[in-house]
Design a protein around this ligand. Structure first.
Ligand code: F6P
Length: 319
């Protein structure tokens, strides 16, 4: 049996440990393994290569992905999906592991409904926004990058009388923002899932500033598109000179943490074991309440991820 692995969409720390485990574990199980470079674009262009240990030597500690990734517009066209399918067949590939996020899984759902593709997805996105799994590869590393930035911003914030807004990634999901706000003790957190009720919070913060509060840290999720509104509010209504830091793609980089490496191994083993024992899989490996499971891709892409309820209580932390 021959299996292949590829990355799709935004890269995430943990992809490289997963790729390494994939090649090593396939070898241990006496299976041929293939590497698809450049994501769905590479699948279309037949950028597919038989893997050797040499390809994955010394990559465990690196962020990003040695396979590179892409957001493919061509894959929306059935003509290119047909070409991708033919490439897989030409290499004799029986199963595919896809490291990706929501958009990539939607693409795979489409692909597998049209062609006889045997695949397992591994949730890999710093956004942690995939239905059915408590954890996606890359999240712990991204949270640590944000935590480090917030700790540093607090140093300078505490040295001045100022407010600081830190805008974090997450697309339409507030997971990175809410967890970062909680673990850094931010005073304000604005996420897409919860209405930003600034009046009550504003009254309290303005009074605290009057009574001697020196600085405020506000974490704003990019998906709210409210960074400017929060800036004006802090500056004009709360009355603190305000600065904005948009962390951007720095959040996607960095050496995968211990947790991301271990999760990468477990997700990969589940995915490979499933592909080796099933010939008609279109699944996503998920992690729920401490256990690994496989869900139908259809179920995953037809539902929206919801933040854990107990996290929501932490929004507008001074409220
Ligand atoms: O999905 C991961 C992510 O980093 C999001 O948090 C962000 O909105 C988006 O990708 C950025 O995408 P790109 O790298 O294509 O600009």
């Amino acid at each position: 049996m021959a299996l292949a692995i590829m990355c799709s969409g935004g890269d995430a720390p943990g992809m490289n440990p997963a790729i390494k485990k994939f090649v090593d574990y396939s070898y241990k199980n006496a299976q041929e393994s293939y590497l698809v470079y450049d994501g769905l674009e590479g699948l279309i262009d037949n950028n597919i290569k038989k893997a050797s240990h040499h390809d994955v030597a010394g990559i465990m500690h690196n962020g990003g992905t040695i396979l590179r990734s892409s957001r493919s517009k061509r894959f929306f066209d059935v003509k290119y999906r047909q070409r991708a399918f033919e490439n897989l067949k030409a290499h004799g590939i029986d199963g595919l592991v896809v490291l990706g996020g929501d958009g990539s899984f939607r693409a795979m759902e489409r692909f597998s409904s049209e062609f006889n593709i045997n695949f397992v997805g591994i949730p890999s996105t710093i956004d942690n926004d995939i239905y059915g799994t408590d954890y996606c590869l890359g999240v712990d590393t991204a949270l640590n990058v944000i935590r480090d930035s917030l700790d540093k911003i607090r140093d300078t914030a505490a040295s001045f009388k100022r407010a600081f807004i830190v805008e974090v990634m997450g697309r339409d999901c507030g997971f990175l923002a809410i967890v970062s706000a909680m673990i850094s003790g931010a005073e304000v957190c604005v996420i897409p899932e919860v209405e930003f009720e600034h009046e009550k919070l504003g009254k309290r913060l303005a009074k605290e500033v009057k009574d001697g509060r020196k600085y405020i840290i506000a974490v704003v999720a990019e998906g709210t598109k409210k960074t400017t509104q929060v800036y004006n509010w802090l500056q004009d209504e709360i009355g603190l000179e305000t600065r904005v830091s948009i962390l951007g793609h720095i959040q996607r980089g960095g050496n995968p943490t211990v947790y991301d490496r271990l999760m990468a191994f477990d997700f990969t083993i589940i995915a490979v074991d499933y592909l080796l024992t099933h010939s008609d899989s279109n699944k996503v490996a998920v992690y729920q309440k401490g256990e690994f499971k496989l869900l139908d891709i259809q179920e995953v892409v037809s539902h929206k991820y919801e933040l854990p309820k107990h996290y929501l209580r932490a929004v507008n932390l001074l409220d």
